[in-house]
Design a protein around this ligand. Structure first.
Ligand code: BES
Ligand code: MN
Ligand code: ZN
Length: 485
């Protein structure tokens, strides 16, 4: 099913169009008299007497061709709740089997700017499906026609929502692709094509990475026949040299664990181990599409973690880009090795205002926070508060977890500057974050988002129908819009 939204339509033939109309919390329909016939009005009035008015969506089948939907706007609704209502309406479209809907929200008084935009945004986000490998597809084309003037949304805001949707969908596409298709070589190619949107894309291949001394990142890819890459994507929306905001992502296209091989059960999930990078990519695409007035850079480490004759061994010691040495005690703790080099490189090359990294870093964060919150680790209270606040607002929530120097002894190594796992056990997500912190050399404000529980949803959530969620694109866009643009 694909959904097209048209904004400028008039309600042409009132008698046959499916209608989506908004009413107050008591389903007071007197405001609808101009949009529905008197027979429809009395029919709905009668049915409302026996309907559950606590619901926020009711529908009335007028005849086989026409349905009228009433969306009840309860008091003090938040924008994320309006998005959820739009997503809920998507469920009715699935059931209703009709192709054309006319939507009007002029009938209610609400103070939320872009009210109808949020509703349609939720509908659009929920409608995403990844079906390119299915022979049988749902080919329905749904058109949603918005009419009315009062709650019209400006062209600029239409672009805002569209850019966010395309950024989120691009992230979801990348996460959904299986490991045999989206390996690092292919991924780097797809990123190169982002140039057409005005992003400056730089691809560092193995030869360049070796020259730079990024051995922590390179070690992870050593067992794979595919290449290893670091890709930077720059958006210079301010057209000046002011410090960029930096977003860094873990792009492990498939994580077998390497020589410290993972068990077979659920290993297939590790195709989403590049979700952190996909969020960064989706965010950068969104910024370019809506021509954000901001300087930003996205940096992703693309690599495949495989066992093989040349693979990294447990016990190997590598020298990272920072100069610090790492003893690899477990080749399955590879994400922190990818990010270590990416963080130091980003800080040194771009001197950013702040750095936010995203990674499906630890299974332990799923134990602590499940699929409700991403773990937030940060050296900066201001950045943390901003992230927590926007997370609530767009319903991509975060929970702050501790960093503390006392955890350091757990990752100090006898043979090198540090080791990549904590042998004592416990605090798995924090020790990983504490490890990352060692690669920020100049005290740049930094936040690490462990999204292992958020990037992929087995059962679907408010704004996704299951599968890749695109978690983080809307969160970070909101952070930028509210605090930095
Ligand atoms: N990619 C995994 C973490 C993960 C697990 C993401 C489940 C999504 C779902 C990561 O590379 C990993 O293997 N982490 C290990 C670390 C351990 C060896 C210290 C883990 O969490 O078990
Ligand atoms: Mn791993
Ligand atoms: Zn991993």
């Amino acid at each position: 099913m694909s959904i097209k939204i048209n904004y400028s339509n008039k309600l042409t033939s009132k008698s046959s169009a499916n209608l989506v109309l908004f009413v107050d919390q008591n389903f007071n329909i007197s405001v609808l008299k101009e949009m529905i016939s008197s027979t429809e009005f009395s029919y709905i009035s009668d049915l409302l007497k026996t309907s559950d008015l606590k619901k926020n969506l009711l529908f009335f089948e007028i005849n086989s061709k026409k349905t009228i939907f009433l969306v009840s706007i309860k008091k003090d609704l938040k924008t994320s709740e309006i998005e959820s209502l739009g997503a809920k309406f998507h469920g009715y479209i699935n059931y209703d089997k009709k192709n054309d809907y006319f939507v009007n929200s002029d009938t209610i008084n609400n103070k939320i700017e872009n009210f109808i935009g949020y509703f349609l945004h939720g509908l659009k986000l929920k409608s995403y499906e990844f079906n390119i490998y299915k022979s049988k597809k749902d080919k329905r084309l749904i058109s949603i026609n918005v009419f009315g003037d009062k709650n019209k949304i400006s062209a600029q805001n239409q672009l805002r929502f569209k850019a966010l949707e395309e950024g989120t969908f691009f992230a979801r596409d990348l996460v959904s692709e299986p490991g045999n298709i989206l390996h690092p070589d292919e991924y780097a190619k797809r990123l190169s094509s982002l140039k057409k949107h005005g992003l400056k894309v730089n691809i560092y291949d193995e030869k360049k990475l070796k020259k730079l001394g990024m051995n922590a990142l390179l070690g992870v890819g050593q067992g794979s026949i595919r290449g290893t890459y670091l890709v930077t994507m720059e958006w210079n929306g301010l057209k000046d040299n002011s410090k960029p905001l930096a977003f860094i992502g873990k792009g492990v296209c498939f994580d077998t664990g390497g020589i410290s091989l993972k068990p077979a059960k659920f290993m297939e999930d590790m195709t989403y181990d590049m979700a952190g990078s996909a969020t960064v990519v989706g965010l950068m695409k969104n910024l370019a599409l809506r021509k954000a007035k901001i300087n930003a850079v996205g940096v992703v480490g693309l690599v495949e973690n495989m066992p093989g004759g040349n693979a990294q061994r447990p016990g190997d010691i590598v020298k990272s880009y920072s100069g610090k040495t790492i003893e690899i005690l477990n080749t399955d703790a590879e994400g922190r090795l990818v990010l270590a080099d990416a963080l130091t490189f980003t800080e040194k090359k771009f001197k950013p205002k702040f750095m936010v990294d995203l990674a499906t870093l630890t299974g332990a964060i799923i134990v602590s926070l499940g699929s409700e919150y991403a773990g937030l680790f940060s050296n900066d209270d201001k950045l943390s508060k901003q992230l927590l606040d926007v997370g609530e607002k767009v319903d991509e929530k975060l929970w702050r977890m501790p960093l503390h120097k006392n955890f350091d002894k757990l990752i100090d190594s006898k043979n090198a500057d540090m080791q990549n796992i904590n042998y004592v056990g416990g605090a798995g997500s924090t020790t990983a974050a504490q490890f990352l912190q060692r690669f920020i050399l100049n005290k740049t404000p930094w936040a690490h988002l462990d999204i292992a529980g958020m990037a992929f949803s087995k059962y679907g959530g408010a704004l996704n129908s299951g599968g890749a969620t695109g978690y983080g694109v809307r969160l970070l866009n909101q952070l930028i819009e509210e605090h930095y643009e």
